[in-house]
Design a protein around this ligand. Sequence first.
Ligand SMILES: N[C@@H](CCC(=O)N[C@@H](CS)C(=O)NCC(=O)O)C(=O)O
Length: 214
Amino acid sequence: MGQGGATTRMPQYKLIYFNLRGRGEPVRWVLVAADQQFEDVRFNRETEWPFKKPEMPYGKVPVLYVDEKPLSQSVAICRYLGRVHGLAVDDPWEAAKGDEVADAVHDLLPHAAQMVYAKLAGDVEKAKMLATEFYTSTLPPVMRELDRRLDGREWFCGDKMTWVDVFAACYLSQLSSHHEGSLEAVPRLKSLVEKVVKLPKIEKWIRERPDTPM
Ligand SMILES: N[C@@H](CCC(=O)N[C@@H](CS)C(=O)NCC(=O)O)C(=O)O
């Protein structure tokens, strides 16, 4: 009960995405890390999405409905959830440097997606070429900078885990799982990713989530 006898109501969350990890998965991880229940609505991309697309703001997913109000853009959604559920910092500079990390990781996605699509299409040569480029040229400078950011601090925004750590760990754990040893040269980043992945609630989510190709 809140002050004056009013009941403090938990927000109702409904996440709309495809039956994939993709850009929906970091939102799911932040919801899980924040101990929030949510309805995990997953459309089939081929059969259902063409009918649902016109209903979505910007015609894109993920969309998080917060008490029936839609919020788009995966990074904005994670940032909002972080602020509302205590997975954020107040200091504007630390918060902005956290946003920087999230955007830098998010920028990797189109490159990674090309690689995964080529693999799923069975184009072995193209997939191999894109993977070599991704793991030798695209990913290492980002990993190095993220590792450097962790010099003398446990988490990206200081001594407290925030949505940024959860967001980054979600993508980097998946990307590194496709390429053995890719986190070895960046021990501080590797440790951050492992700490998030080993949170009991995240481990449980990974164990129980639907098995999807990407
Ligand atoms: N910047 C947006 C990108 C949203 C986006 O491109 N979503 C893709 C799926 S990952 C989508 O809706 N594709 C279907 C379409 O464009 O019809 C975000 O991070 O949420």
